[in-house]
Design a protein around this ligand. Structure first.
Ligand code: GP9
Ligand code: MN
Length: 432
């Protein structure tokens, strides 16, 4: 109803953070290439296993002045995992408390997301590349509702069995075999690559395992480093293709990790590799490990570097749109531009726990980020502050749920936005 919609609008309009003028439009007219790093956690960045860098190429990007690299960026997914991450990045609206929004509501709901906005505002074409079936996570339907013009799923690639791992085409092949399609897209384009090789249980054939596994006694933890290394090499090869094709210089490349690769229960095996002990491991450590990479690489930029502000997946869309020079003030978005002075640094997890630059709140327990210790007797000022932040988190998540469950966007047309007609798009689907 319009009362429900108004509640959402009242929140998002007040929450809106206007762009930082120094950053607004710095990537105007550039291609936007989004690389989804499957199950990739931030702790891998600059990490050495037995003295050897696991992801040397991503490390070099992270440490490069042409990259805005975020040290305190968190995944915010729920059970929808990859699909929740995609949903947040495309729309700046949360996933559902249970299940996957893509699967549950993706066929019928109205979306106002990145491909349509960029197409309508800045004449971008759009494409997704993914080496699994188009029906996985209901992407076929959702992408049409988002206004994606092209979806190159497994049916476009050679999916002979030795080209695959458990979740589809090997990443090196995905990138290599996509370039011929990418080169033919009209520029500027918005293109997303969803990798799959670094997915649980982290298995890959002998030929691609030139990195020595860890030795924790849990094979998925041990091999996580092997497939992460493979993914790193795949991304490096893709950058080489981009340079060779000439696309690199006119592109902004955005990289993000979608969610954890090592689950909370397995973190106990991981702990010693992070210089910690399983016996003192807490919910605080689990929450802090929800960091994933977020990097915005803009060739030619010299003012990048490591950003300390706290944020998460919900914040990506307004950030990217502002860099592309798109005004976001009329869209319903729950995140805020990471570069804005008004950026909201309270990071909500889907289960209502949250992290701020100084504190972590899990199941109502407060932890001090500096010491990692629980604060059992907070001052009344601190208790009140965190209570207010917790209330904001709950309110935000429930407004997002109301928006999704009641499909409220069908009643809202942002200024200058033309509703997407999914029937304009037709993709093949399956294995070729
Ligand atoms: C499959 C892939 C994996 O297409 O994106 O999804 P996940 O299991 O990580 O949610
Ligand atoms: Mn995933």
């Amino acid at each position: 109803s319009s009362a429900d919609l108004n509640k959402v609008l009242t929140f998002t309009q007040k929450h809106y953070a206007k762009p930082n003028p120094q950053m607004y439009g710095i990537a105007k007219g550039k291609n936007i290439i989004v690389i989804h790093l499957e199950s990739f956690q931030q702790f891998l960045i600059n990490y050495r296993l037995d003295g050897k860098e696991v992801t040397p190429f991503l490390n070099s990007l992270y440490n490069d002045k042409s990259t805005y690299s975020f040290a305190n960026f968190f995944n915010q997914v729920g059970q929808g995992k990859t699909s929740d991450a995609e949903n947040m990045l495309e729309t700046s609206i949360y996933g559902l408390p249970q299940g996957s929004l893509f699967s549950a509501l993706g066929t019928d709901n109205t979306f106002q997301g990145a491909p349509a906005i960029l197409n309508q505002q800045k004449n971008y074409t759009s494409a997704v590349f993914h080496g699994n079936k188009g029906s996985f996570w209901n992407r076929n339907s959702v992408y049409k509702n988002l206004g994606y013009q092209n979806f190159f799923d497994a049916s476009y690639f050679n999916t002979a069995s030795n080209n695959l791992t458990e979740y589809g085409l090997k990443d090196k092949l995905l990138f290599h075999d996509s370039v011929k399609y990418l080169e033919r897209l009209q520029q500027p384009f918005y293109a997303k690559f969803i990798t799959v090789s670094n997915h649980f249980p982290y298995t890959i054939d002998q030929k691609n395992t030139d990195f020595k596994a860890a030795d924790t006694g849990d094979s998925s933890v041990d091999n996580y480093f092997v497939t992460a290394h493979y993914l790193d090499q795949a991304v490096k090869e893709f950058f080489d293709y981009l340079k060779k094709s000439g696309l690199y210089d006119n592109s902004m490349i955005v990289l993000y990790g979608d969610h954890y690769g090592i689950s909370n229960s397995r973190n106990l095996k991981l702990a010693p590799l992070l210089g910690k002990s399983a016996s003192t491991w807490t919910d605080f450590d689990n929450a802090q490990l929800q960091r994933v990479p977020f990097m915005i690489h803009i060739p030619g930029q010299k003012n990048g570097g490591i950003q300390q502000q706290y944020g998460g997946e919900i914040d990506v869309l307004p950030t990217i749109l502002h860099l592309a020079g798109v005004d976001t003030s009329s869209y319903i978005q729950f995140g805020t531009d990471l570069f804005s002075k008004k950026h909201d640094q309270v990071v909500a997890f889907r289960n209502e726990n949250f992290v701020t630059p100084n504190y972590t709140v899990v199941d109502g327990n407060i932890y001090d980020n500096k010491t990692g210790l629980q604060i059992t007797h907070p001052t009344s000022a601190l208790a009140a502050k965190l209570k207010a932040e917790g209330n904001k988190v709950n309110n935000e998540l429930s407004l997002s749920d109301s928006l999704n469950n009641k499909n409220l966007l069908r009643f809202y047309i942002p200024n200058g936005f033309i509703p997407v007609n999914p029937q304009n798009y037709n993709y093949k689907n399956g294995f070729g």
